[in-house]
Design a protein around this ligand. Sequence first.
Ligand code: HQG
Length: 180
Amino acid sequence: MNEKIAKSISKFLSLVLRHSPETINLKLDENGWADVEELIAKCSKNGNTLNSELLDYVVENNDKKRFAFNEDKTKIRASQGHSISVELNLNEAEPSEFLYHGTVGKFMESIKKEGLQKMSRQHVHLSQDRETAIKVGGRRGTPQILSVRSGAMHRDGFKFYLSENNVWLTDAVPAKYIEF
Ligand code: HQG
């Protein structure tokens, strides 16, 4: 498998399964699932080569396991990262004492004031380890890593969710729980 092709399919799937299914006139159900046959047909119709073999490969080998099939592999969805409103029925979980968030310098002042906000997505995304946070922040420039006192937040009643692909999600992180 050509990794360049796999990456471009992953990017396109992120677009249609997280942000704008209407790009290819695809419908997601309320839980974010797309019908696999419909997805393949509509991708191809819009000039994006996709077949079940390619899709299987991308789901299986994707570096962050971004996408998941249902049990009988008739449906597919993104496991996190949506900007459109979908009910993922996420599992609540108890986080470790610290989780990490990678961002960039230009957002720092605002984060100090407002804490971490979900911005255009459905949740604030946090990582279990600094290495992952460095990669997330690095997408936008020189990464700045914030340590979030997730253990204290959880004890104070904030809810945390763990996506199927092990990304930590929460609604917001007030500034007092962030170590800058
Ligand atoms: C920043 C990727 C100003 C925040 C990653 C971030 C992740 C604020 C940006 C997932 C702010 C939002 C999500 C505030 C937060 N003022 N800026 N109060 N609060 N921000 O892309 O966490 O590879 O929506 O620091 O791996 O960067 O696509 O969130 O820089 O898991 O699968 O606002 O996306 O996953 O950016 O990334 P994003 P994120 P994939």
